[in-house]
Ligand binder design. Structure first.
Ligand code: PLP
Length: 417
């Protein structure tokens, strides 16, 4: 009935698969079933105390009013200093903006620049929201598959093949959600060579997992690797992942003044400034020593290795240990085609995730949600004991699967999709 009132653009956008799995988990929990979630994209760590305290102090000092749309002077100064110190990138206050999460900034950038007939190149596997945000801005996503054997990285050849005169954006996410892939300076420079020859293309570098790296892996962002592209790069970052501040809703971006100015105008007519308290906390996050980080990283490496050990043990699952972020993108093609103890054949990764949810009571996300069927994303950002239990439950549930039936044998059996 009410669908008639919805704008046509609502037909182009799907609810986030991450939110959909969270709904399923809640529904099962309401039936009294204990679900362990490896589905969520957030750390279980508390926001570091000093950062939280800065938010509390801001309330006490009544910093509770509207601020400048693109962020307070103090936050912008902290962002400029962060880029200079960590990335050797130098921006003015007119070239940076703070917003209500990296998500809003990406949304604003695409709204400000895309229109019907323009394309955005998105390497797959991709963060679930990019294609929908492109669609909401009337653009068209050009999904470019990357290969597991190539470390899930876009190659110069496949980038060159995807660029057309209508290409407006390349969206590059390093470290990547969902694979943890991390581009080296040399790999970025090789992509930059292609981009230098395509002046119609802007590049969005989504660096939100920058600090969550392991095994001594180095980080480089595209604007740093390819200064010649500086005027066409929007570098996006935020507080959600590196400071465990998902609920504070604060992110930031830096890029050419014309783009930041357009994004600020859009923001001024939609959400206005990000929360003043979050901004105060953000200043503390960027200016105080990140002394919590070594322990977080040690914990995350231990958890990653635990999940990798489980994957190595399960016949039908495989993965390469990621060097960054907190996800493992596991190949589950060896489970596809197997049958459950009740004789239901698992037809695809969605069915595998569904089986793990209903039988093992562990929530994961199917690779299909990230544009790459045949995989499962396992987020290992949860308490060690729960993670241990999740690993055992997944291993047990996978152990109960029966080998692929022949076509003849499977006639008459139910198929779980
Ligand atoms: C790759 C990527 N970019 C952006 C975001 C959004 O971050 P924020 O919470 O700052 O909006 C996420 C969150 O999951 C993400 O994984």
């Amino acid at each position: 009935m009410s669908a008639q009132f919805l704008a046509p653009r609502m037909r182009r956008v799907r609810p986030s698969p991450t939110a959909a799995i969270a709904d399923r988990v809640r529904a099962l929990q309401q039936q009294g079933i204990d679900i362990i979630s490896l589905g969520l994209g957030e750390l279980d760590f508390a926001t570091p105390a000093a950062i939280g305290q800065a938010g509390i102090d801001a309330i006490r000092q009544d910093e509770t009013k509207y601020t400048a749309v693109g962020g307070t002077v103090a936050l912008k100064a902290a962002i400029i200093n962060k880029f200079s110190h960590d990335n050797d990138l130098h921006f003015t206050a007119q070239e940076v903006i703070a917003g209500t999460g990296a998500k809003q900034l990406i949304f604003n950038a695409l709204q400000a620049t895309l229109s019907s007939g323009l394309e955005a190149i998105i390497p797959a596997p991709y963060w679930v929201s990019y294609p929908d945000m492109v669609a909401l801005a009337d653009g068209e996503s050009v999904i470019v598959a990357t290969q597991e054997q190539a470390g899930w990285k876009l190659t110069p050849q496949s980038l060159a093949a995807a660029i057309t005169p209508r290409t407006r954006w390349l969206i590059l996410n390093s470290p990547s959600n969902p694979t943890g892939a991390l581009y080296s300076r040399e790999e970025l420079q090789a992509l930059a060579e292609i981009l230098l020859a395509a002046p119609q293309v802007l590049i969005l570098a989504d660096d939100i997992y920058e600090t969550l790296r392991y095994d001594g892996a180095l980080f480089c962002t595209l604007a740093q690797a390819a200064p010649a592209l500086r005027e066409r790069i929007l570098t996006v970052n935020g507080f959600s992942k590196g400071f465990s501040m998902t609920g504070w809703r604060l992110g930031y971006a830096a890029g050419p003044e014309w783009l930041i100015s357009a994004m600020t105008t859009l923001q001024s007519q939609s959400t206005s400034n990000p929360c003043s308290l979050a901004q105060a906390a953000g200043v503390a996050a960027l200016t105080q020593p990140a002394d919590f980080l070594p322990q977080w990283l040690a914990t995350l490496v231990r958890r990653r290795d635990r999940v990798m050990a489980m994957i190595d043990q399960v016949d039908g699952l495989s993965a390469t240990a990621p060097q960054a972020a907190f996800y493992i993108f596991a190949n589950c093609s060896g489970l596809i085609g197997k049958s459950t103890p009740t004789g239901v054949q698992l037809r695809d990764d969605i069915a595998v995730a569904d089986y793990l949810l209903t039988e093992a009571h562990v929530a994961t996300l199917p690779g299909t949600a990230f544009g790459t069927p045949g995989y499962l994303r396992l987020a290992y950002a949860l308490d060690d004991a729960l993670l241990e239990s999740a690993c055992q439950k997944i291993a047990n549930a996978c152990g109960e699967l029966c080998p692929t039936l022949t076509e003849h044998e499977s006639v008459g059996k139910a198929v779980l999709r």
